[in-house]
Design a protein around this ligand. Structure first.
Ligand code: PEP
Ligand code: MN
Length: 337
């Protein structure tokens, strides 16, 4: 349920409600809004306690939240959430482009790609130091060494870094080096990992599972918010369908659907979404047009020799052309790039 405070409620009154919620063994999530503060309550069964909260000083009303997901829903927070990744704001008027290699392969490779995408206009650097690979014999990533390379690329280019954590120990390690923690499609329902990310003090980029429906996707985000980390960015990266001309089917229709139900920002990843280099630019343009808050794109300076996801990685030249096109599309839909 949601405890809505009066517009003139004092910080002490807000604190009083938080204390009353916690005294019952529930969790309180204060959500400051433009007009007033609301306090999301989780851990309760039903709304039998509503009258007790309603009579507390400063409380306007207590309303039940009907959706299965609570904290991620617009019922609880009507205004769009803006997530700060390093110096970059995701979910505001800016269309945010994250770019970089699928995997961190070497210092040379990351610095080359980071410089190129920065020059072209990317705002955030991506790259996996821990890679969730289908085969145990495929390149698994450089681990902590890869994180150090990413940190060096950030120091040189100024680009904040997003990189994946594949397990609980990885969350802590990644949080130490990166500006945002990526949770991959294969881990979208790894609930212990989600809880761990919910306790981290860095924003989380949560990718949609390859067979997850909208409710499952939002429930996974809810796991992270329920632990107290409200800085979650969703990412559509394609789902499995019968369609056989691309690696996955990029479900762009989920963008307006998410926007209607949730206040969280949503990115689109057309690289994993299509799996084919030549499809990345057209689907990026479409993602921007459909209202995505940003894009996550795999770029490699020598894609044919990439250690992972070469076929879907675009070259720095292709990326530069794409950013130029996105700059023309952005103002048409009221965005900046
Ligand atoms: C990635 O971003 O490199 C990745 C592994 O993505 P996904 O989890 O969407 O497959
Ligand atoms: Mn990849």
């Amino acid at each position: 349920m949601l405890v809505v405070m009066r517009q003139d409620a004092t910080p002490e009154q807000i604190q009083g409600v938080v204390a009353a919620v916690e005294a019952r063994g529930f969790r309180a999530h204060p959500i400051p809004g433009g007009q007033r503060t609301a306090i999301g309550v989780t851990g309760n069964k039903g709304t039998t306690e509503a009258p007790a909260f309603e009579s507390l000083p400063g409380v306007l009303e207590v309303i039940p939240v009907t959706h299965a997901y609570k904290l991620v829903s617009r019922e609880v927070k009507a205004e769009d959430t803006v997530v700060q990744v390093g110096t970059v704001r995701v979910g505001g008027p800016e269309l945010v482009v994250m770019a970089g290699p699928c995997a961190v392969e070497s210092r040379e490779q990351v610095l080359t790609v980071a410089r190129a995408v920065k020059r072209a206009g990317a705002q955030i650097l991506r790259g996996g130091a821990f890679k969730p690979r289908t085969s145990p014999y495929s390149f698994q990533g450089l681990g902590e060494e890869g994180l150090k390379i990413l940190a060096e690329a950030r120091a040189e280019t100024g680009l904040p870094v997003v990189t994946e954590a594949v397990d609980a120990e990885g969350v802590e390690l990644v949080a130490r080096y990166a500006d945002a923690i990526q949770i991959g499609a294969r881990n979208m329902q790894n609930f212990s990992l989600l809880k761990c990310a919910g306790r981290a003090r860095k924003p989380v980029v949560l990718k949609r599972g390859m067979s997850a429906n909208l409710e499952e996707f939002l429930m996974s985000a809810e796991y992270i918010l329920a632990e107290g980390n409200y800085d979650v960015i969703l990412c559509e990266r394609g789902v499995r369908t019968f369609s056989d001309f691309s690696r996955n089917t990029l479900d762009l229709a989920i963008v307006p659907a998410v926007k209607r139900l949730s206040h969280l920002p949503i990115l689109v990843d057309p690289s994993h979404g299509t799996g084919r280099r030549e499809k990345v630019a057209p689907l990026s343009r479409a993602a921007a047009a459909v209202g995505a808050d940003g894009l996550m794109i795999e770029v490699h300076h020598d894609p044919d020799r990439a250690l992972s996801d070469g076929p879907q990685s675009i070259t720095p030249e292709m990326f530069e052309t794409l950013v130029r096109e996105l700059r023309q599309i952005a103002p048409v839909i009221g965005r900046r790039l």
